[in-house]
Design a protein around this ligand. Structure first.
Ligand SMILES: C[S@@+](CC[C@H](N)C(=O)[O-])C[C@H]1O[C@@H](n2cnc3c(N)ncnc32)[C@H](O)[C@@H]1O
Length: 278
């Protein structure tokens, strides 16, 4: 039995306990900041535009009532309790707020963006939460990321979709811009949706990311992309993105600096050449 503590329910003890776990590196990640930091709640309260929906999105996340040796975080989507294990030594191996925004969008817009039997690929899937939600909504999902993320990604996906999803999700390596023709030949790419949450930040592969979006995208493919704005670099990426794709802002969450976009290939009769990297 790996149980260390049983969380008690009296408010004062709970407060002390929250302070304690907030201080441990294991729990100091972006969602815990929003769940436990009174300032973050204040920030949400003070923004009247997105206050209600952001609170609703963040409420989908919960921390375990039993503290165990393996850290996991819980989420409620599509009528399921989803348990995500995070590998804290890796940047992508925590759940980022953009992922929650995308999951919430998929769940609450399931009629308009119907996932049932659709071919869906997620890039930069991290812990796999978005892919799990798409799979629980009935999609054929391929969750992708860098090789070092795949073990944890596969674990989370199997644990949360086995005997629950209509189609068994796949986990595949996809390093942006690398061996795309070999691993994802254009002729066999047939994705209805490309999902991406928080894939644009100060990393050196932004051009490769753009090439990857282009490579995976057919004329009919819809990209649903949630973007966290941190630096000027991100605005520039949006401008570059708009050269290749018709971009539509679907929702904005100012208190999180997050926007949700829908995009489709521009000039949908001509394929953008893979000379983008030249
Ligand atoms: C900020 S995390 C977001 C993870 C997840 N989508 C979420 O929102 O919780 C960025 C993700 O992009 C992945 N990533 C970064 N550079 C990459 C690259 N060159 N090729 C493929 N994936 C990459 C990381 O491994 C990580 O999973």
């Amino acid at each position: 039995d790996d149980t260390l503590y049983l969380l008690e329910t009296q408010p004062t003890r709970l407060g002390i306990f929250q302070e304690m776990i907030k201080k441990t590196s294991m729990y100091s990640h972006p969602l815990i900041h929003h769940l436990m930091d009174p300032e973050a709640h204040k920030e949400i309260r003070e923004n009247s535009d997105d206050k209600q929906v952001v609170t609703e999105i963040m409420a989908r996340c919960f921390t375990p009532t039993l503290i165990t040796t393996t850290s996991w975080e819980g989420f409620h989507f599509v009528g399921h309790e989803i348990r995500i294990t995070e590998a804290m030594d890796c940047y992508g191996a925590v759940v980022w707020p953009s992922a929650l925004v995308l999951c919430y969008f998929l769940e609450t817009n399931a009629k308009q963006y119907n996932m049932i039997d659709k071919n869906v690929i997620e890039i930069g899937a991290g812990t796999g939460l978005v892919s799990i939600v798409a799979s629980l909504l009935g999609a054929h999902v391929t969750a992708t990321d860098l090789p070092e993320l795949l073990g944890n990604l596969q674990y989370n996906i199997s644990r949360n979709t086995k005997m629950k999803s209509k189609h068994l999700p796949q986990v595949k390596e996809l390093s942006w811009g690398v061996a795309l023709d070999k691993n994802f030949p254009r002729s066999s790419n047939n994705f209805d949706y490309i999902l991406a949450a928080d894939v644009v930040y100060a990393h050196p592969f932004l051009e490769e990311l753009l090439v990857t979006f282009d490579h995976l995208c057919k004329e009919t493919t819809i990209i649903i992309w949630v973007m966290k704005f941190r630096l000027e670099k991100e605005n520039k990426f949006v401008d570059r993105f708009k050269e290749l794709f018709d971009l539509e802002e679907i929702s904005s969450f100012p208190s999180l600096d997050i926007k949700l976009y829908k995009a489709m290939k521009k000039n949908r009769r001509s394929t953008i050449s893979s000379q983008l990297l030249l």
